[in-house]
Write a protein that binds this ligand. Structure first.
Ligand SMILES: Nc1ncnc2c1ncn2[C@@H]1O[C@H](COP(=O)(O)OP(=O)(O)OP(=O)(O)O)[C@@H](O)[C@H]1O
Ligand SMILES: Cc1ncc(COP(=O)(O)O)c(N)n1
Length: 269
């Protein structure tokens, strides 16, 4: 390997490997990026849902991050489940102190199973402290609705939401994911004053646990490799479409996506 690119995920866990840190590390590996992980919260969950979670102490998260930046500087960083206001404040300070230039923010709020993964009172800090630092933010529709305080029903609403998150809230780019809409799975990117659309068929499957984590992890890995925002989103969309289509059928509920599928198709692994 000539050039080793490195990505860091700061997020919660999923012992069954479908979402959170576990999905992120698998995705980094699939995209040939050296993966690192700082754990914010230990979550007891599986394909049937979230049973409980325990937040890691602020002191320990702070030391985990310092350990990473003392030794191996990531080329790109992503955040997922951050759980609390104090964790958000810590992460914002660490991103600034370490002068992180490529930061992908997946604003995880509620798991597909309905369990809240972010305390309600943390939302204002997420908006004020983290969104302005984001190279790209990747909300699903309910998350985008919470951020802008408006309902999103149509593709045009998605376009307006992406634009507002950049122009009012201060992210450099925003991609609103269409997993929660009907019909084609359409994601809307707003960057540099332009709207771009990335679409795929909607696959009829319950196995979509961790789709958002995996999608944002691909974007992080691709940005770490110096790809453009637009190309990184394009690869993220291709990866997640394959991962949903070629379902693994694991577990008794909403199963994980297939992290092998994209490279099996494209590189013949
Ligand atoms: N059934 C589906 N068929 C095809 N693509 C899908 C489907 N569901 C979601 N997607 C795509 O998967 C990606 C993730 O979108 P989604 O809206 O599911 O994120 P999310 O709700 O944050 O996921 P999660 O909370 O599970 O991490 C997007 O690119 C979306 O278009
Ligand atoms: C640690 C962690 N991060 C994110 C999600 C969201 O994924 P989903 O909405 O598919 O449950 C999750 N379940 N767990």
């Amino acid at each position: 390997m000539s050039n080793i690119y490195k990505a860091l995920s700061i997020a919660g866990t999923d012992p069954t490997g479908g979402a959170g840190i576990h999905a992120d590390l698998k995705t980094f590996q699939e995209q040939r990026v050296y993966g690192m992980a700082v754990i914010t919260s230990v979550v007891a969950q599986n394909t049937l849902g979230v049973k409980s979670f325990e937040e890691v102490s602020i002191e320990n998260i702070s030391e985990q991050i310092d350990c990473v930046f003392e030794g191996i500087i990531p080329d790109a960083v992503k955040t997922g489940m951050l759980a609390s206001q104090s964790i958000i404040e810590l992460i914002a300070n660490k991103l600034k102190k370490n002068e992180v230039k490529l930061y992908v923010m997946d604003p995880v709020m509620v798991a597909k199973s309905g369990h809240h993964l972010l305390h309600e009172e943390a939302i204002s800090s997420l908006k004020a402290l983290l969104i302005p630092l984001a190279t790209i933010i990747t909300p699903n529709i309910p998350e985008a609705e919470v951020i802008i305080g408006k309902n999103i029903h149509t593709i045009n609403d998605m376009r307006n939401a992406a634009k507002e998150i950049v122009e009012v809230y201060g992210a450099k780019a925003a991609v609103i994911k269409g997993g929660h809409m009907q019909g084609e799975a359409r994601d809307i990117l707003y960057y540099n004053g332009e709207i771009k659309e990335f679409s795929s068929a909607r696959y009829n499957t319950v196995n979509t646990h961790g789709t958002g984590c995996t999608f944002s992890a691909v974007i992080t890995a691709e940005l770490a490799k110096n790809n453009s925002i637009e190309d990184s989103v394009k690869t993220g969309k291709e990866f997640i479409s394959q991962a949903i289509q070629k379902t693994l059928n694991l577990g008794k509920g909403q199963g994980p996506t297939n992290h092998f599928a994209y490279n099996e198709k494209n590189k013949g692994y």
